[in-house]
Design a protein around this ligand. Structure first.
Ligand code: NI
Length: 167
């Protein structure tokens, strides 16, 4: 397994619309395992392929305390329901920033695993929020897009400054 490089906001590649996966199998399984390893190492609770500059519809998630309940969703389709809930969100592509975002309480996901087997998962709470957040990445959307433009510009400036200092 190997660690992948995570793109940081405002990198324009994070705005790419991901394409559906058509080839399932061992190579995809290895890539998903690399994504999980990258997510655990960061550490984070979710990662979309978009964030590692691969523009295919794959997300990985683990919201468990012991970091031993990984989900891999390929070509996920979401059906949201329930009340709207506000949760403080962060993102590995927007390091150090946490802001409340409104999402739906429940989500039903239909997807495939890396070998092409169909999956169906119903989630609520943190897992539901995380699934909605990661699927946004596949559309080129980030959680900062839900904030006011004033706030978003402030975050952009802060991150650009940090990236320059690191370079
Ligand atoms: Ni994210």
């Amino acid at each position: 397994m190997s660690l992948l490089t995570i793109l940081h906001y405002p990198d324009p590649r994070l705005r790419t619309q991901a394409k559906p996966v058509s080839r399932f199998g061992e190579d995809l399984r290895k890539f998903a395992d690399d994504m999980l390893e990258t997510m655990y190492d960061a550490p984070g609770i979710g990662l979309a392929a978009t964030q590692v500059n691969v523009h295919e519809r794959i997300i990985v998630i683990d919201v468990s305390e012991n970091r031993d309940e990984p989900y891999i969703f390929v070509n996920p389709e979401l059906e949201v329901s329930g009340d709207e809930i506000d949760t403080e969100e962060g993102c590995l592509s927007v390091p150090g920033i946490y802001e409340p975002v409104t999402r739906f309480e429940r989500v039903a996901v239909t997807a495939r695993d890396p070998l092409g087997e169909p999956l169906h998962v119903e989630a609520e709470g943190l897992l539901s929020v995380c699934i909605q957040h990661e699927c946004d990445h596949l559309e080129g959307k980030l959680f900062v897009d839900y904030l006011s433009s004033l706030k978003r510009n402030r975050i952009r400036k802060k991150l650009v400054k940090q990236q320059k200092q690191r370079a």
